[in-house]
Design a protein around this ligand. Structure first.
Ligand code: MSP
Length: 650
C-alpha cells in the first residue's frame, strides 16, 4: 500500500487565524482525504509555531506570559480545525516537550559534527517575518518580504554552515524538477537566492528568552525557524524513535509540504540543508501556493481587513466554505476573496446544479415509482454516454489531483453533475411515465440515482457533510468513503429496490441583494464587493484634457519581473510575478504573442500599481504593465537604466 505524508505550515499563534490560513489547511485536508480514498496510508500533520520574538512581544503587549498567551490562541486554532472538520492525524505544538527535547538533540548533533559554530552576528532582523537579512537584500532599507522596518542586531550567535551544502542543494533542485513547485517559485529560489551565493545562517539569539535553549549554552535560544522547520520530523519521532516499524520509518520523507509563497525560501533552502546535514532524505515536493487577498491587498490584522472563517461557517455552512476555498482559485495563483463570489458559488454550483439534481431525481422516484428505485433494464445510448462520462470524470479527477489542481478536479465533477442534469432533460422520465414505458422509466430513474451516488463518492475529499447527506437521502446507510475511489466509484453499486428518503434541500439559495440590504439596515456596513470585471476599456486617441492632480492619482512604479509563465488555456496572456519594492504581486498581461515568458525575467518594467485587482481568465491580476503597441507590434516600457524596483515613475 502506498503512503502519503502531507504537512501544512505550523501557524504562529500570535492572533486568531483568518480565512487565508484556513485556505492552506482546507486544501491540505482535501489532499489527505483524497489519498485516503485512493487507499493510501496517510499521515497529515499540522500544528503551531509558538516561539520567537514576535510571540514574546505580542504576549507582553497584552500583559500575559508567552505560554499562557499561546495556550489561549492554540485552543482557538484547534477549535477552528474541528469546525472545518480537518482530518489531521497529529497536531504538533513547538512548546511540547516531545518537540523541544528533539530540537535540542538535533542542534547538539549538528554542533558535534561541526556544522554549527559560534561567532558574532552583526546584521539585520525582521521580527514580523522572524528573518535575517543582509544590507544588500533590503528594498528601500526595508524587509524585502513584508516591507516593514528591520532592526539592527549585534550579538554572539551560533551559525549553521548553509554555504557548505549550497552546491549539493543546487544539484538536487536541478535533478528533481518536481521538488519546488510551481516552477516559477523554483526559478525565483534559484535566481534570487542560490545563484548569488548562500551565507551561513545565524541560528541562535541571546537578546530575548522565548525559545528553546541551546542545550550546551542556555543563554542562547534556538532560532525560531530552525525550531519550527524540524517539526516535520520531530512529530514523527526523530531522532529518538526511528527504528523499524516507527512512524518516522514509515512516513519520512514527506510527499508534500504545502506552504504559502512567502515561506518557500525557508522550506526549499534552509530545510533541505538541515536534512542533508542530518543525512536524511529530502521531502518529495514543496508546493508554494498563492495568497487569498481582499480587494485592498493582503489580509492582515494590522490593516483590520481579516475575514473570520468561524463567522462564515456559521452564516453559510461548512461545505459551502470548503467548496468556495477549493474551487474558486486555481491552486498556486493568488485569488481575490469576496463574499459575493462565495454566494454566487453557493447559488449556482451547489444549490442549482448539485442540490437540484438530487431534489428533482428524488421527486421523480417518489412520483413515478412510489419512492423505491427500480431495477434498470437495458441501457440505451444516453445511459452508455453518461456512464462513460462518469468513468472519465474519475480519471480526470485523479489526473488533476496528482498535479494539485484541486479546483480543476472539482470542476470536472461539476461537469458530470451538469451532464446528469442534461441527461434528465434528454431522457424525459415524465414522458416515459405518461406513455407507460415502465422498463425504460426504471432504467432512467436508476441511472439518475446511480450518477448521484457516484458524484457523492467523488466529492468526499472536498465536501464532508454533503456526501453523507446525499447517501442518506438516497436511502443508503453506508459511509460514502467506505469502498474507496476505485471500487466505490464503479457503476452499478446502488442496490435497486431501495427506498429513497427525500430530505431538506442540500443548499438553500441565498438572496444576496436582500442580505446586503438587511446588513446595511443593521448597520453592519457591509461593502458590496462588485465582482471584479475583466473588461478592458479601449484606448481612444485624443482623450479629454486632465489636470496634473488627476494624473497624480495613477501610481506608476518600477517593478522587477521575478518569474513569468503562460496562462493555461489563454493564448494571449502571460502571468508575471513581479516585485515592487517590498511587495510581490502577480500581474496578468496580454503580451504572450510578443514576448516569451523568459524574455522579461530579471528585467525592470513599469506598472500601474494602484489599479483595482481584476481577474483575467480566472487568474488574479494586481496591476497593469505599460506597453506601447498598435496590434501588430508591442514593446514593454522599461526604464532606460536600472533604478531599482519600487521607484516611482513621474
Ligand atoms: N510559522 C510560520 C510557518 C512555519 S512552517 C515551519 C508562518 N506562520 S503564519 O501563521 O504566518 O503563516 C502560515 C501559513 O498561512 C503560510 O503558509 C501563509 O502563506 C499562509 N497564509 C497566511 N495568510 C494567507 C492568505 N491571506 N492567503 C493564503 N495563505 C495565507 O509563516
Amino acid at each position: 500500500m502506498g503512503k502519503f505524508y502531507i504537512t501544512t505550515p505550523i501557524y504562529y499563534p500570535s492572533d486568531n487565524l483568518h480565512i487565508g490560513h484556513a485556505y492552506t489547511t482546507v486544501v491540505a485536508d482535501a489532499l489527505a482525504r483524497y489519498h485516503r480514498l485512493l487507499g493510501e496510508e496517510v499521515f497529515f500533520l499540522t500544528g503551531t509555531d509558538e516561539h520567537g520574538q514576535k510571540i514574546q512581544r505580542r504576549a507582553a503587549e497584552v500583559g500575559k506570559e508567552p505560554q499562557e498567551f499561546v495556550d489561549g490562541i492554540v485552543a482557538n486554532i484547534k477549535a477552528l480545525w474541528k469546525l472545518l472538520k480537518i482530518s489531521n492525524d497529529d497536531f504538533i505544538r513547538t512548546t511540547e516537550p516531545r518537540h523541544t527535547k528533539r530540537v535540542q538533540q538535533i542542534f547538539q548533533r549538528l554542533y558535534d559534527q561541526g556544522d554549527i559554530y559560534k561567532s558574532e552576528y552583526e546584521g539585520l532582523y525582521c521580527t514580523p517575518c522572524e528573518a535575517f537579512w543582509l544590507e544588500r537584500q533590503l528594498v528601500d532599507g526595508k524587509c524585502p518580504d513584508c516591507g516593514r522596518e528591520v532592526e539592527k542586531v549585534r550579538e554572539e550567535s551560533y551559525f549553521f554552515r548553509l554555504s557548505k551544502y549550497a552546491d549539493r542543494l543546487m544539484a538536487h533542485i536541478e535533478a528533481h524538477p518536481e521538488f519546488i513547485q510551481p516552477v516559477s517559485r523554483k526559478n525565483e529560489m534559484v535566481n534570487n537566492f542560490l545563484r548569488p551565493g548562500l551565507e551561513d545562517l545565524c541560528i541562535s539569539r541571546t537578546t530575548f528568552s522565548w525559545g528553546i535553549p541551546v542545550p550546551f549554552d542556555p543563554k542562547h535560544v534556538i532560532y525560531v525557524w530552525l525550531d519550527a522547520l524540524t517539526n516535520y520530523i520531530t512529530a514523527l519521532g526523530y531522532p529518538d524513535q526511528v527504528g523499524e516499524g516507527s512512524v518516522f520509518a514509515r512516513f519520512w520523507p514527506a510527499e508534500l509540504h504545502l506552504v504559502g509563497k512567502e515561506i518557500v525560501r525557508f522550506h526549499t533552502i534552509i530545510w533541505p540543508i538541515i536534512l542533508m546535514a542530518l543525512d536524511l532524505p529530502l521531502p518529495k515536493q514543496v508546493f508554494g501556493h498563492g495568497w487569498l487577498v481582499l480587494d485592498g491587498g493582503k489580509m492582515s490584522k494590522s490593516k483590520g481587513n481579516v475575514v473570520d472563517p468561524v463567522i462564515l461557517v456559521e452564516k453559510y455552512g461548512l461545505d459551502a466554505i470548503r467548496y468556495y476555498l477549493l474551487r474558486e482559485v486555481a491552486f498556486g495563483a493568488d485569488g481575490v476573496y469576496s463574499e459575493e463570489a462565495l454566494v454566487l458559488r453557493i447559488n449556482t454550483d451547489l444549490a442549482n446544479d448539485l442540490g437540484n439534481l438530487l431534489h428533482r431525481t428524488l421527486s421523480m422516484v417518489e412520483k413515478f415509482a412510489d419512492g423505491v428505485v427500480p431495477a434498470p433494464g437495458a441501457n440505451g445510448p444516453l445511459e452508455e454516454a453518461l456512464q462513460a462520462e462518469a468513468d472519465r470524470t474519475r480519471e480526470a479527477m485523479k489526473e488533476h489531483m496528482a498535479k494539485l489542481e484541486v479546483s480543476d478536479a472539482l470542476s470536472a465533477i461539476f461537469q458530470l453533475i451538469g451532464r446528469a442534469n442534461k441527461y434528465i432533460d434528454e431522457a424525459a422520465p415524465w414522458s416515459l411515465n405518461k406513455s407507460g414505458n415502465r422498463e425504460r422509466l426504471g432504467t432512467v430513474l436508476y441511472t439518475m440515482v446511480e450518477t448521484i451516488r457516484i458524484c457523492a463518492v467523488l466529492l468526499t475529499p472536498y465536501l464532508v457533510d454533503t456526501p453523507v447527506r446525499i447517501f442518506a437521502q438516497l436511502g443508503l446507510d453506508t459511509d460514502p468513503t467506505a469502498l474507496g475511489l476505485a471500487a466505490g466509484g464503479k457503476w452499478g453499486l446502488y442496490p435497486a429496490g431501495t427506498r429513497v428518503q427525500k430530505g431538506d434541500p442540500l443548499f438553500p439559495r441565498i438572496d444576496w441583494e436582500k442580505e446586503q440590504a438587511e446588513a446595511e439596515e443593521e448597520g453592519e456596513g457591509v461593502k458590496t464587493a462588485a465582482p471584479p470585471s475583466a473588461e478592458k476599456t479601449e484606448a481612444v486617441p485624443g482623450k479629454p484634457e486632465i489636470t496634473i492632480d488627476e494624473f497624480a492619482k495613477v501610481d506608476l512604479r518600477v517593478a522587477t519581473v521575478l518569474a513569468a509563465e503562460k496562462v493555461e488555456g489563454a493564448d494571449k496572456l502571460l502571468r508575471l510575478q513581479v516585485r515592487i519594492g517590498g511587495e510581490e504581486r502577480q500581474i496578468v498581461a496580454g503580451i504572450a504573442k510578443y514576448y516569451s515568458p523568459q524574455e522579461l525575467v530579471g528585467k525592470e518594467i513599469v506598472v500601474v500599481a494602484n489599479l483595482k485587482p481584476v481577474k483575467l481568465r480566472g487568474v488574479l491580476s494586481q496591476g497593469m504593465i505599460l506597453a506601447a503597441g498598435d496590434g501588430e507590434t508591442l514593446a514593454v516600457i522599461r526604464p532606460e537604466k536600472e533604478v531599482g524596483d519600487g521607484t516611482e515613475v513621474r
